[in-house]
Design a protein around this ligand. Structure first.
Ligand code: NAD
Length: 496
């Protein structure tokens, strides 16, 4: 597709630099096109060897009836270039529109979200002037797998999926990031004092991989304490790796703590490509030529490093830092250090004028590539240890409104075939209500009925379900109970 921005890059894509790296550029909505224009002008002036292919995604595409907001031409370009520089987009109000970012992450397998969050003292006021942290969030799994069900009148559920492969991939990414970017500590945050099996797996994989990186300091924190500690002392963190939901929350909290949403860049990266964008949205409230292009510019600097143009990346970064030092600031960061309040275009011109200079108060960016590149082995390189998996029972979930737990237990026991797993426990919302329940427990219409035995077969479970159904009970789902090398692969369900 053609774009009003295309002429900016005529020089490069027109053949001035024969080895220009093709990238896809989606200017987006609202302030998107103007900050994209500003960023591309800076990149061109700095000598970036890129050949942008412009595509349209976002509001107009949504409104044309495409519920994903991404037309086929955009996918084709991204598949060709595998690098997308994207302006923010506006999601139209009302239902029926899919999140463009979620679609891109899932379709392209962008499993890692990397968000550097640092404060820019003394230019931007932040209560945490020494903060310089990189949040690495798993992007595909956890509660965001999108597997939700309503099963009874009263109860809805969302499946939290944590996999060994998914955990290994993101945690190794975090360690490799730390190793190649000279960062010294990786912190993992989980809630495995409660979610012992799911978050416990993430924790275990972290410990296993930490052993491969003895030069990197590591620690594991429970997310509630960790996040509380982070907002108090963010400067004591370096790289943080988290499952999806915690990472989503912490990365937004961290970005706000830096003092300006206009100064944050974000990277989504995976086997299918890499997406570089600002953390902020399309800012429909802003008039023209006011927006700060820095967030997208910092994302573009990361893009240049990703495609191996380290020297250009450092040149852009240093000119940007000098611009801040010289007091040329967009409206969102105007403060005591400001000498000139600049619009989007004037700010970009100021950065261009400073190309080739090095900052004095900020540490200068260096042009060197990491001594050793990232090493992300294929997941199937190391075969998993074989485990002895044994079926030892089944949790049968029943929709029951007719009475108390004891009555349900009697009905189930009367229906249960003698040959096979037997009823051992009933819980409601995870709290044991039979045997020996407590009258104060709030019960809904969603009962988890646990049947256990030895050497249970699928046939026995089918017979049990059939008998439960014949007894007029509405079973709504089942979860099989397995042991792995003798260890229970299920929670004990006493409530926490
Ligand atoms: P927003 O980030 O667009 O704006 C929040 C506030 O920050 C506003 O006051 C805005 O003026 C200011 N701001 C944002 N970027 C700025 C910049 N570069 N310079 C100066 N000030 C800036 O968030 P919102 O208002 O909640 O969302 C607006 C639209 O953006 C919505 O349609 C939302 O869905 C979309 N959005 C898109 C993305 C994305 O594409 N990645 C991310 C977030 C929100």
């Amino acid at each position: 597709m053609s774009s009003v921005l295309e002429p900016i890059y005529e020089g490069v894509s027109g053949g001035a630099k024969p080895v220009a790296t093709p990238i896809t550029v989606a200017p987006g909505d609202g302030i998107g096109p103007e900050i994209t224009e500003a960023v591309l002008k800076i990149l061109q002036a700095a000598g970036a060897s890129i050949a942008p292919e412009f595509v349209e995604v976002g509001e107009r595409v949504y409104r044309s009836g495409n519920t994903s907001g991404i037309p086929q031409e955009a996918w084709q370009s991204i598949e060709r270039t595998r690098v997308l520089l994207k302006g923010p987009i506006t999601t139209p109000q009302g239902g029926g529109y899919k999140s463009l970012n979620v679609t891109m992450r899932k379709t392209l397998g962008l499993y890692a979200n990397v968000r550097p969050c640092r404060s820019w003292k003394p230019v931007v006021f932040s209560r945490h002037p020494d903060m310089d942290v990189v949040i690495i969030r798993e992007n595909e799994e956890d509660l965001y797998a999108g597997i939700e069900h309503r099963q009874t009148e009263d109860v809805a559920q969302c499946l939290k999926l944590i996999t060994r492969k998914g955990s290994e991939r993101i945690i190794r990414y975090a360690f490799e990031y730390a190793r190649t970017q000279n960062r010294h500590r990786v912190t993992c945050m989980v809630k495995d004092n409660i979610m012992k099996i799911t978050d416990g797996l993430f924790h275990r994989v972290f410990e296993e991989l930490a052993a491969e990186y003895p030069q990197i300091e590591t620690n594991v924190q429970i997310i509630d304490f960790g996040m509380a500690n982070f907002v108090q002392r963010p400067e004591s963190y370096d790289v943080i790796v988290l499952p999806n939901l915690y990472g989503d929350i912490l990365s937004d909290v961290a970005a706000q703590m830096t003092g300006s949403v206009g100064m944050g860049g974000s990277i989504n990266i995976g086997n299918g490509g890499a997406l570089f964008e600002a953390i902020h949205g399309s800012a429909p409230d802003l008039p023209r030529n006011v927006a700060n292009p820095s967030g997208l510019l910092l994302a573009a600097v990361e893009m240049l490093r990703h495609i191996g143009q380290h020297e250009v990346a450092a040149r852009v970064m240093n000119a940007w830092l000098v611009t801040l030092e010289d007091g040329i600031h967009t409206g969102d960061i105007v403060g005591e250090q400001t000498v000139q309040r600049a619009g989007t275009r004037e700010f970009a011109e100021a950065v261009i004028e400073r190309l080739g200079r090095r900052p004095e108060s900020f540490a200068a960016a260096e042009a060197t590539a990491p001594a050793e590149p990232m090493r992300l082995p294929h997941l199937n390189e190391k075969a998993p240890e074989p485990t002895a998996k044994a079926l030892v029972g089944v949790d049968v979930f029943v929709d029951w409104k007719q009475g108390a737990a004891g009555e349900l237990a009697s009905a189930l026991k009367a229906a249960t075939p003698t040959d096979g797993p037997q009823l051992v426990m009933i819980t409601n919302r995870g709290v044991k209500v039979w045997p020996h329940g407590n009258l104060n427990t709030l019960c809904t219409d969603h009962w988890r009925c646990r049947f256990q035995g030895e050497s249970v077969t699928h046939g026995q479970i089918v017979a049990l379900l059939s008998a439960i159904s014949d007894a007029g009970l509405d079973f709504i789902k089942t979860e099989h109970l397995y042991t792995f090398d003798g260890q229970a692969g299920f929670s004990l369900g006493q409530g926490q």
